[in-house]
Design a protein around this ligand. Structure first.
Ligand SMILES: [Zn+2]
Length: 308
């Protein structure tokens, strides 16, 4: 037991120290552009484009829900110090204190809004509300690259070509992974490709990788809505149980940062055998070091579970 406590303390110390170091170096006056992104998925793309000429930092880290994120001590300093702030927009960040601070910053780019301007026909609505989870389709997330390149080049015109080239390179890499995933996922039998998750974060993923044509809507379902609020009505449960039964779905997928209670409740109400995947999916929390690994992780978990 004592060994466990020591190990846990060491882990906490290492984790805490690492986070502190990253933040303190970000505040160093080193001539690099200071970019603050709200989520890790945005931050990873900024890093790839800005490389050593940019100091990038993610505001919301780890398993924290970005939908309801409220600022904590030190966040206001980061936002004020950042030369560029990049948010997801499309109403992802709806915590009042964060919204207020973002509004006050002179140079905020909302990536989802920029993507919506470029390809409005590809933005989904769920129950009349815009679905903000645009990172779940790599080919849609690619549409945000130019907005980041533009923001960096405007702040640092001398390196505009560098940012443009990095953006072009990243776009090619992302689209290659996108096509690979499409091919791999469509090898899974049609009747297996029905995705039930904790909340409505996977509509773009399902449309891009699990469905063909307009039939994607029937392939995704979640007890919780666009933001995981943790409040389930009996109607919600009935809706998901009915869906599982209709399509003979045998496995549901928890998300790394969402409580599993809703899925457990649904499973307990089913009259046929349904299990919860041991491995969670990454929805709102990146969970991996890089963005592309996150989407690849999700695809791999689905393949493994559906092949069982
Ligand atoms: Zn979400």
């Amino acid at each position: 037991m004592r060994v466990l406590v020591v190990f846990f303390s060491l882990f906490l110390c290492l984790f805490g120290c690492g986070q502190k170091q990253e933040t303190s170096s970000w505040f160093a006056d080193n001539g690099k552009i200071k970019v603050l992104s709200t989520t890790a998925m945005i931050n990873d793309v900024v890093q790839r484009i800005g490389q050593d000429r940019v100091d990038s930092l993610s505001l919301i880290v780890g398993e924290i829900d970005p939908h309801s994120y409220e600022i904590v001590k030190g966040d206001d300093e980061k936002i004020v110090y950042a030369q560029i702030v990049i948010g997801n927009g499309l109403n992802l960040e709806h915590g009042a204190s964060l919204r207020k601070l973002l509004k006050q910053h002179p140079h905020v780019v909302y990536l989802g809004d920029e993507i919506q301007k470029r390809v409005p026909e590809r933005i989904l609505k769920v129950g009349g509300e815009i679905d903000p989870h645009v990172w779940m389709d790599i080919s849609l997330w690619v549409e945000g690259i130019d907005a980041i390149v533009f923001a960096l080049a405007k702040t640092d015109p001398e390196n505009a070509i560098f940012y443009r080239q990095n953006g072009d390179h990243l776009r090619r890499e992302m689209l290659t992974v996108h096509l690979q995933l499409q091919e791999e996922m469509r090898e899974i039998p049609d009747e297996k490709r029905f995705l039930v998750t904790s909340h409505d974060a996977f509509h773009y993923f399902v449309r891009a990788y699990l469905a063909q044509g307009e039939e994607w809507e029937k392939r995704c379902m979640a007890p919780e809505g666009l933001a995981p609020e943790g409040q389930l009505s009996s109607q919600d449960i009935k809706r998901v149980v009915g869906h599982l039964s209709r399509y003979k779905i045998g496995v549901v997928f928890p998300e790394s940062n969402v409580n599993r209670d809703a899925l457990k409740k649904v499973i307990s109400c089913c009259t046929h055998d349904v299990r919860c995947s041991d491995q969670p999916l990454y929805g709102d929390a990146m969970g991996t070091e890089h963005y592309l690994e996150m989407i690849q992780h999700n695809a791999q978990v689905l393949r493994e579970e559906w092949n069982k």
